[in-house]
Design a protein around this ligand. Structure first.
Ligand code: SF4
Length: 331
């Protein structure tokens, strides 16, 4: 376990070729390098959120011209999940723009989890902060993953969000873990943070009692009307360094190249995959942001000889084994 900033910083700032080589070696030890896990994300309740996340067009505090909607009907969510499965997704992620779910919303949310799970898809939800009871109910309904990003470092956090604390985020992750649900947690780069913030964000995740099974790394997509609308783009090489460091610090996690892919070249995405990213969102929208869409991804996969993971991996492969060890045992 690499738990001090100096050591993690030495990884992040290593000569780029050494960093890529190391990250890819770690990646190959734990995963088949040409296989990418594909998730589909659906916004089940868009906009009108009381939180003040500075990057988010769904916050009711900003004039982003996004109109708030009510929670989707369960049947519609299930219809969309069926389509996502037919298009090759193995995990279905449902997101709601809430501070936390209200009790009156839970029956419908649980019905969505049960319905999607019954289709043979992995289920994931992101609903804001959870109580112990809500986490337990979600687990009992068959929720495989709960997404709750820490977003950035503890130091930079208050520059991004003031309506809930970094500790609130970690408490929700604890509740999710205690309920027996896999943890999906990552952050956003390009919000004006420093390299040290990116390193600290990854260290926080890697030093959780059990690191997340899934680590989404998002590139900020500046949204009109939000405080980050005019943020200058991050040097893409920093994105690759972040992915590579995530792979080295959390060798067994699925590292997801999340928001921002629609602005990335094929070459940059290829470099991120080489650096250890092995999960993406498919489809042409992510909650409210653009995503490349299936046609573009099919072309990219074809060019890079990548294939989509065909079966859900939850429960995830043996945690204490490398891929080679698992293969030897199976032989
Ligand atoms: S990121 Fe989530 S919690 Fe924050 S404002 Fe947007 S929808 Fe609300």
């Amino acid at each position: 376990m690499i738990d001090n900033r100096q050591e993690a910083g030495a990884i992040y700032h290593a000569p780029f070729m050494d960093l890529l080589y190391r990250a890819h070696t770690v990646h190959r030890a734990h995963f088949e390098p040409s296989t990418i896990q594909c998730s589909k994300l659906l916004s089940i309740k868009t906009g009108g959120c009381p939180e003040d996340c500075s990057y988010c067009s769904q916050s009711a505090r900003y004039d982003s011209e996004l109109s708030a909607s009510k929670m989707m009907e369960v049947q519609r969510v299930l219809d969309e999940a069926r389509k996502a499965k037919a298009a090759g997704a193995t995990r279905y992620c449902m997101g709601a723009a809430w501070r936390s779910p209200k009790e009156r919303d839970m029956p419908a949310v649980l019905a969505m989890v049960r319905g999607v799970k019954a289709m043979g898809l992995e289920t994931c939800m992101t609903l804001g902060m959870l109580s112990d009871d809500q986490a337990t109910k979600l687990q009992e309904a068959g929720l495989d993953y709960y997404n709750h990003n820490i977003d950035t470092s503890e130091r930079y956090y208050s520059e991004v969000i003031t309506s809930r604390t970094f500790a609130d985020r970690l408490n929700t992750l604890d509740r999710v873990r205690a309920a027996g649900i896999n943890v999906c947690s990552g952050g956003i780069v390009g919000m004006g943070e420093t390299a040290d913030d990116r390193i600290d964000m990854l260290r926080t995740l890697a030093s959780l009692e059990e690191p997340p099974e899934s680590v989404p790394i998002n590139m900020l997509m500046p949204m009109k009307g939000t405080p980050m609308a005019d943020m200058a783009p991050l040097d893409p090489i920093e994105m690759v360094r972040t992915i590579a460091t995530a792979r080295i610090l959390m060798p067994r996690a699925y590292v997801r190249l999340s928001a921002g892919r629609s602005e990335m070249s094929d070459e940059l995405q290829a470099m991120c995959f080489f650096a250890g990213a092995n999960s993406i969102f498919v489809g042409d929208t992510l909650l409210t942001a653009d995503n490349p869409g299936e046609d573009k991804d099919a072309l990219l996969f074809n060019k890079l000889n990548l294939r989509a993971e065909t079966a859900p991996v939850c429960p995830k492969p043996a945690q204490e084994q490398t891929r080679e060890q698992a293969q030897e045992q199976a032989a």
